[in-house]
Ligand binder design. Structure first.
Ligand code: GLU
Length: 610
């Protein structure tokens, strides 16, 4: 079946503010709202249909875990460029009944035939070009998302996996209008989408062009896939007909005859798929200004890197400092934490990751003491996260600066019982590998390119090289913050390695600078990741403190761009804040990439939302 295209007047739609769109079925889609306050639980995500899916599950007796799965599955329909069953992710969950923090690692894994030279050109011995690696079968990891969803629902949900997929089936069937963001994503990856017959058929117009803004997009193939998963369970993807279809697609990507790109076949087998397990991992934990901050442990570097930066920052009274000085400290804390992340974090099932040392306050002290009145010169060397911790720590290990993708999605959910989910998931780059599984309506990830490409020089050590069954290091940072032992905040962001800095910056905006959560999300962003320059949004560069950061503190600020999205942005935060008395504030981006969608089960407008 092909999608139906109902073309509306694109120019008109581009000019008009987004209010209420009516799909071909006559079903009204509510407008996007960036903030909602009320009771009964809340949801914030990138798309209005996905947020609504979570809310409908909550209204029908599902809990926050059911709502998270429903929201994520619906994002697979509405945001195929950054979500869907072909990807993976990390979920941090607060369980109200037992007051426990648990996590599920649904990260993709490398097939059994992976080697450390996966991304090395056998002819030249040089690392492959990133784009060549990306739109190829070799970049595709065994998808973890569906196993993660099923595990989350089985262990912690109140409904069934099948019932949690129902809203997504409806959205994929009924469709929705193509947004500016959806259209721009297609424009920026057009060559890839044109190069695979299955992606072309699913995502482009009959003459192979991006879907115009306002076109009505439906995905009956995805609806059928979800229906089959609902009926047969996750085994349909890992051991059933869909496993065969995925392995076949990876080994022999459906390249169009007129494709101009080189596509390397991958080596995933059905055995790789049947071997996949979503894992429970102990969350990371640090205390910060009396709060308990929980995050995702390796193979994500989110929890350890944010945790180390928070430990470094806790030695300075950020809230009492002039804003420029506080921001200088913020930038230096992540410069140092990224040096350690790159040196030490990988899949803990394959390399010994010093998680405890990285999160030790005394280790942070050995890093903090390197910071004086001016910006350090990057790349700074990693420290030594092994006790005893003394003095100012650097090692002579060579710093590494890995490359990562720039898109994914983060969502948050809560329920009337007090459960909370903070969930980041992705297919890596925009539209992942660019390869749609023919007839199934979703794209395969390119997550294996999160591994480092080139083996280190002799005597060197790299925790993030490919290996059979290994999971690549991630930056995803789903975070839950407790105050006085109960949930206060849940937040996270997309954005490759900027995920870590965006989540951290939003947190200090709220905790140290006294902004409300909506203000903390909207504030201009800067990201220092042990690079020579600090990436900043244009709005950050326009602030008075930017000048002081440059002149007084020697920070080298670099305005991001040229934009594939206009204006260029760093991150896209979705967050919840618990206001007491069962009230929750759901908050999302008011403007970046067209804004997100925040809703609560029982809205009430009262209260400032602080
Ligand atoms: N692949 C990235 C990671 O796991 C996320 C992709 C992105 O945000 O663009 O850290």
């Amino acid at each position: 079946m092909r999608r139906a295209l109902l073309l509306l007047a694109p120019a008109l739609l581009l000019a008009a503010p987004v209010t209420t769109a009516v799909a071909a079925t006559g079903i009204a889609t509510p407008a996007k709202t960036p903030v909602a306050v009320g009771t009964g639980g809340g949801v914030a995500s990138e798309s209005v249909e996905a947020t609504q899916a979570g809310i409908s599950v909550l209204k029908n007796g599902g809990n926050a875990i059911d709502a998270a799965v429903a929201t994520a599955a619906t994002l697979g329909a509405t945001e195929p460029s950054v979500a869907g069953p072909g990807g993976g992710g990390f979920m941090v969950i607060y369980l109200a009944k037992t007051k426990q923090l648990v996590t599920i690692d649904g990260r993709e894994m490398c097939p059994a035939r992976c080697t450390p030279e996966l991304f090395v050109d056998p002819k030249t011995g040089a690392p492959l070009d990133f784009e060549l690696a990306r739109h190829s079968g070799i970049s595709v990891g065994v998808p973890g998302m569906v196993a993660q969803w099923a595990k989350a629902v089985r262990l912690y949900g109140t409904k069934s996996f099948g019932s949690d997929l129902q809203p997504a089936i409806r959205v994929a069937t009924d469709g929705f209008p193509v947004s500016v963001n959806f259209h721009q994503s297609e424009v920026s990856t057009l060559t890839d989408l044109q190069s695979f017959s299955s992606s072309r058929k699913l995502l482009l117009t009959p003459d192979g062009q991006p879907l115009p803004v306002g076109a009505h997009f439906v995905n009956p193939d995805l609806a059928r896939t979800y229906q089959l998963l609902a009926q047969h369970g996750p085994g349909y993807l890992y051991t059933g007909p869909l496993a065969q279809a995925i392995a076949r697609t990876v080994q022999s990507p459906p390249v169009t005859p007129d494709a101009t790109i080189t596509v390397l076949p991958g080596m995933m087998t059905t055995k790789d798929l049947s071997n996949y397990v979503a894992r429970n991992r102990r969350p990371t934990h640090v205390t910060y200004r009396g709060l308990d901050v929980y995050g995702m442990a390796p193979p994500s570097s989110g929890g350890t890197t944010m945790g180390e930066a928070l430990n470094i920052l806790s030695g300075w009274p950020l809230g009492a400092e002039p804003r420029s000085q506080a921001l200088f400290h913020y930038l230096e804390s992540t410069r140092l934490a990224f040096a350690d992340r790159n040196a030490y974090v990988g899949d803990p099932d394959y390399v010994p990751v010093p998680t405890q040392g990285l999160l030790d306050k005394q280790f942070a002290a050995t890093r903090r003491c390197l910071v004086h009145g001016t910006a350090l010169t990057s790349p700074v060397a990693p420290g030594s996260p092994y006790p005893p911790f003394a003095g100012c720590s650097t090692t002579n290990r060579k710093p590494t600066t890995p490359r990562e993708g720039m898109q994914t999605n983060h969502l948050v959910t809560s329920d009337r019982w007090g459960n909370v989910v903070s969930y980041t998931n992705t297919i890596e780059q925009l539209f992942g590998s660019g390869i749609t599984v023919p007839g199934y309506g979703f794209l395969l990830n390119n997550e294996m390119t999160d591994f480092d490409f080139a083996p280190p020089a002799p005597g060197g050590h790299d925790p993030n090289l490919p290996a059979p069954g290994k999971r690549p290091r991630s930056s995803m940072s789903p975070t839950i913050v407790l105050r006085g032992g109960t949930p206060w905040l849940a937040l996270g962001s997309p954005g490759g390695s900027t995920i870590i800095t965006t989540t951290l910056q939003t947190l200090i905006n709220r905790v140290d600078f006294g902004m409300t959560m909506p203000q903390a999300i909207a504030a201009p962003r800067a990201s220092q990741r042990n690079g020579a320059a600090t990436d900043v949004e244009p709005a950050f560069a326009a602030q008075p403190y930017a000048n002081v950061l440059t002149r007084t503190y020697g920070e080298n600020l670099s305005v991001i761009g040229p934009p594939s999205f206009d204006p260029p942005v760093i991150g896209f935060v979705n967050a919840l804040e618990f206001l007491g008395g069962g009230r929750v504030q759901a908050a999302t981006e008011p403007a970046r990439l067209g804004g997100g969608s925040a809703m609560v089960v029982n809205p009430n407008a009262s209260g400032p939302g602080r």
